[in-house]
Design a protein around this ligand. Structure first.
Ligand code: PGA
Length: 219
């Protein structure tokens, strides 16, 4: 069986000092767990270097992801962080998260551009969909099903429904489907035991490293 994906989306949280504390705690994890599961941590852009250095100095078998990417390539685009720049630090990128869709009103063609540029520079998109009918750009191989009602609400979707949505998404040729929305260390197993789900995307419960370790352990 392919290893389970456990993705931490730290969102717009953690100062530099807080990130160092998070990493020091996370480093106490049983390293065997990191051999068995595919752990990906997605901090803010400004913390990617900190995470990358710590992970390499401590030989942690963990991958990094960004939380978004520019829809335009390198050049005169003030404020944008492009895929080529991100690739220096990360192998994955979250695209189409509902929080960003809401703030920035991202359109499907723009999301397709983000996917295209990520793939051009060797980043693997983790593409968020809000339901099974959400548009999925060409080239996407990992989708995270994240129903809006479940994000940060403490009320996850049922594992049964998440499993069914994952099955529907897989019929579109997507090999890897994750679930995200109010995952905790107490409910994670119910989702990861659904055969159509390949893992989870964790927001709030990843903010405490100790809690995130428990999620990895229980998944
Ligand atoms: P949550 O967030 O785990 O806090 O619900 C998940 C996400 O938004 O990716």
């Amino acid at each position: 069986m392919d290893s389970l994906f456990i993705v931490a989306n730290l969102k717009s949280n953690k100062t530099y000092a807080e990130a160092k504390l998070w990493l020091d705690t996370f480093d106490r994890i049983d390293k065997n767990l990191l051999e068995q599961k595919k752990v990906i941590i997605c901090p803010s852009f400004v913390l990617l270097q900190t995470f990358k250095t710590f992970i390499s100095q401590n030989n942690l078998r963990v991958s990094l992801g960004a939380q978004t990417v520019s829809s335009v390539d390198e050049g005169a685009h003030t404020g944008e962080v492009n895929a080529k720049q991100i690739k220096d630090f990360a192998d994955y990128v979250i695209i189409g998260h509902s929080e960003e869709r809401k703030l920035l009103n991202e359109s499907d063609p723009l999301l397709q551009e983000k996917v295209n540029l990520s793939l051009k520079y060797g980043l693997t998109p983790i593409y968020c969909v809000q339901n099974q009918d959400t548009f999925i750009p060409q080239g996407v191989t990992i989708v995270a099903y994240e129903p809006i009602f479940a994000i940060g609400s403490g009320t996850p979707d049922t594992p049964y429904n998440a499993g069914n949505v994952a099955k529907a998404i897989k019929t579109k040729g997507i090999p890897t489907v994750l679930y995200g929305g109010s995952i905790t260390f107490t409910n994670v197993k119910e989702f990861t035991k659904e055969s159509s789900l390949s893992g989870v995307l964790v927001g709030g419960a990843s903010l405490e490293a100790q809690e995130f370790i428990k999620i990895i352990k229980n998944a």
